[in-house]
Design a protein around this ligand. Structure first.
Ligand SMILES: Cc1ncc(COP(=O)(O)O)c(C=O)c1O
Length: 368
């Protein structure tokens, strides 16, 4: 069998280590997973009732374009429902964008380092990724604008950026868009936007009203805590949505996910609670790292990328032995860093206690 030639050398995506696997392999009963930027508070309890209602419909295909969820989300966001398209996670929306807009002979500009699925999907479609190094963990928009050519179809901006957690501001984005040629689409991946508290963060949905080049990507996997159901979406001009619908699988957003997302949207109190708890947890972690003199990027997301000053895989293994799963920076292009998801207060404390032992750092008893 001969696969597509572009698959040569393409790695298989390595997700964070699953909780169950670590328990099994290490014989540990108490394991916490702070590796995949999941929500430590689960999801809104309101979704359970709605799933009961949906249970009677399991033999029926879902409505592919998710009209009820689209209607609800459109009033929540204040955008036209015709500008929304759902995917089996934001991951699938990334795939659809690449499928519809990339082809051999065209380029896409993205950061080095950023969320790896952009690059993978560009390559699968035969396009050419043009990577522009981050500047102190932040998208270097000037250099990205310079990297744009006549062949550029898409610029990908992950905001907050995974794995650095940094953001670009409204002012920076506007200046960037002003320099960009008409033919270039700008995908703003805002998977973590609900966690942001910096007022300088861009209001992309308003910008989108005047600038049809923008595509705003979001998900129910993070603050809404629905990662298991797989549902994400993008907001874009109707003409872009029309093209994406041509490559969309007929029933890509499943029935249960649509129903859960509708219920989750109704519980904005839960979202507020998670946002506030995440801010406090992020501070809890960053303050301790600072006390230890370890540098981390100023994160606006639900994770922190910290430089341990030691080989990342070693620190990762040490934490694993103590039942704490984080993400080693080795595979993320940061060989001495760890990316840790902000957990609840107890999980953060447990992470810091384990890290103190692994790095031989002092920890005050009553912390947290
Ligand atoms: C920046 C970014 N975009 C998209 C995704 C994909 O999210 P989903 O679970 O909706 O596929 C993730 C998941 O971690 C992410 O970090």
């Amino acid at each position: 069998m001969k696969p597509k030639s572009v698959l040569n050398g393409l790695p298989v995506y390595q997700p964070g280590k699953p909780l169950e696997e670590v328990k099994r392999e290490l014989g540990l009963s108490e394991v916490i997973k702070l590796a995949s930027n999941e929500n430590p508070f689960g999801c809104s309890p309101r979704i359970w009732e709605s799933l009961q209602e949906e249970a009677a419909q399991t033999a029926l295909y879902p409505e592919g374009s998710a009209p009820e969820l689209r209607e609800k989300l459109s009033s929540h966001l204040g955008v036209d429902p015709e500008k929304i398209l759902f995917g089996n996670g934001a991951d699938e929306v990334i795939q659809m964008i690449a499928r519809a807009f990339m082809e051999p002979g065209v380029e896409a500009v993205l950061a080095d380092r950023t969320f790896p699925r952009y690059q993978t999907q560009i390559v699968i479609e035969g396009g050419e990724p043009v990577e522009v190094p981050l500047k102190e963990g932040v998208h270097d928009l000037d250099a990205m604008a310079q990297a744009v050519t006549d062949r550029t179809r898409i610029v990908w901006i992950c905001n907050p950026n995974n794995p650095s957690g940094t953001i670009i501001t409204q002012e920076q984005l506007e200046a960037f868009l002003a320099k960009l040629p008409e033919h270039v689409m700008v995908v703003m991946d805002e998977a973590y936007f609900e966690y942001v508290d910096d007022p300088a963060y861009p209001d992309t949905l308003s910008l989108l009203e005047q600038d049809p080049r923008l595509v705003v990507l979001r998900t129910f996997s993070k603050i809404y805590g629905l990662a298991a159901f797989r549902i994400g979406y993008c907001v874009a001009s109707e003409s872009i949505i029309t093209e994406l619908n041509k490559v969309r699988e007929p029933f890509n957003a499943n029935r249960i996910a649509q129903r859960a997302a509708r219920a989750a949207l109704e519980d904005q109190e839960f979202v507020d609670h998670c946002r506030k708890a995440n801010q406090a947890g992020r501070e809890q972690i960053q303050k301790q790292l600072e006390e230890w003199g370890l540098s981390s990027y100023p994160s606006q997301a639900n994770f922190v990328l910290v430089d341990t000053g030691r080989p990342a895989d070693e620190v990762f293994q040490c934490l694993l032995q103590k039942g704490v799963i984080v993400r080693s920076g080795e595979a993320l292009g940061y060989p001495t860093h760890l990316r840790v998801t902000v957990g609840d207060e107890k999980q953060n404390r447990r992470f810091l206690e384990a890290l103190a032992v692994c790095l031989d750092k002092p920890l005050k008893e009553q912390r947290g």
